[in-house]
Design a protein around this ligand. Structure first.
Ligand SMILES: Cc1cc2nc3c(=O)[nH]c(=O)nc-3n(C[C@H](O)[C@H](O)[C@H](O)COP(=O)(O)OP(=O)(O)OC[C@H]3O[C@@H](n4cnc5c(N)ncnc54)[C@H](O)[C@@H]3O)c2cc1C
Length: 323
């Protein structure tokens, strides 16, 4: 158990499987084999059948389950406290988390509490004789950094950057129940309202028309929505107009929003700040509409329209509808 490589999951994604489980476990198995230690999976909160099936497919030695009423909703303070209890008992050498929104909150604080190092935004980890080298993105995805980490570490892994197909290595994982009492844990954040996440996901959209501050005012966001609808796509947005309430955060593209990979991305009145571009540079074709010919977005775009988006967007919508 001691110094194992551990995948720590505290969410239930599609089919009851935590986000990125297969990709991160595959990376974890490689690192565990190189270090000659076990690959263990600590599951916080309710357990799903998909966990056991995936663990036995991907070479997991132990499934360590921690449950407590405080973990039912997987709120951060309870999760951090549980990770602390686990690390105190099991002394893992390396804790891997899929870099989800919640992991960004949990990983650094869990690492600090356990006296471990932390690296977020990891896109690769290599073993070396005295620790690991973690390759991570930095500056909003503009560059890559290598961190040499000696000693225990918590690493937030961007699962999308790893192998999509996990190679099967069958195992018969032993299930262990790890006692934890979180009755005294107080959550510091109160959830006032949950964002609506029903319907199609921006991350999966093939066509996105996104608007930015160049739309001038909230009511003009409908020009973006109209073109998106005419093209059978979805509407996206830059952060400032989400912050100003022109649309809700499920439409935000970028570093602190959604990372999209559409076939076509039309950016209207968006300057091309790196934090926005992180979320759309994987688009096959990027079209920019901006009235400033020097706007940074034109460096990324395959097609550029220098003009007023308030005039260009309705014209494009008319042309698409007439086609
Ligand atoms: C830690 C951090 C995280 C961030 N995360 C994100 C993120 O996830 N997503 C995000 O988008 N941003 C993010 N930002 C903000 C980012 O840095 C930019 O401020 C933001 O992307 C700019 O939005 P914008 O392009 O809509 O506005 P602006 O930068 O104000 O650009 C408006 C553009 O519209 C053009 N324009 C003006 N009028 C017209 C018109 N009539 N017709 C055509 N063009 C016109 C202008 O020439 C300009 O290029 C983040 C910033 C930080 C520090």
């Amino acid at each position: 158990m001691a110094n194992a490589v551990v995948f720590c999951s505290f969410d239930r994604g599609k089919d009851g499987l935590p986000a990125g489980a297969e990709e991160v476990l595959t990376l974890g198995r490689k690192l565990a084999a190189e270090r000659g230690v076990d690959l263990d999976w600590v599951v916080l909160g309710p357990m799903s059948e998909a966990v056991a099936a995936t663990a036995s497919k991907l070479g997991v030695a132990h499934i360590d389950h921690m449950d407590d009423p405080a973990l039912a909703e997987l709120r951060p303070e309870a999760v951090i406290a549980a990770v602390h209890v686990y690390c105190r008992q099991a002394s893992p050498g390396l804790v891997l988390m899929t870099q989800t929104f919640d992991a960004r909150l949990v990983a650094p604080r869990a690492a600090a509490r356990n006296g471990a190092g932390v690296v977020m935004n990891a896109v690769g980890i290599a073993s070396k004789s005295d620790g690991i080298t973690v390759t991570a993105t930095a500056y909003g995805g503009d560059t890559r950094v290598e961190y040499d980490v000696a000693g225990p570490a918590v690493v937030g892994v961007v699962a999308d950057s790893l192998l999509a197909e996990a190679a099967a290595v069958p195992s018969a994982p032993e299930s262990r129940s790890i006692a934890v009492d979180l009755a005294g844990v107080q959550e510091r954040v109160r959830v006032v309202q949950k964002a609506v996440t029903e319907g199609p996901r921006l991350e999966e959209a093939q066509i996105i028309v996104a608007g930015g501050r160049g739309l001038q005012e909230a009511q003009n966001y409908r020009l973006v929505e109209d073109l998106a609808a005419a093209l059978g796509g979805m509407a996206g947005a830059s952060r400032p107009i989400v912050d100003d309430g022109w649309t809700d955060s499920s439409h935000q593209v970028g570093l602190t929003g959604k990372i999209t990979r559409p076939v076509l991305y039309i950016a209207a009145g968006i300057s091309g700040a790196s934090q926005h571009m992180v979320g759309c540079t994987a688009a096959k074709t990027l079209v920019a509409i901006n009235k400033d010919p020097g706007a940074a977005i034109f460096k990324y775009a395959q097609y550029g329209i220098v003009g007023d988006c308030l005039e260009v967007l309705p014209e494009l919508t008319k042309a698409v509808k007439g086609a």
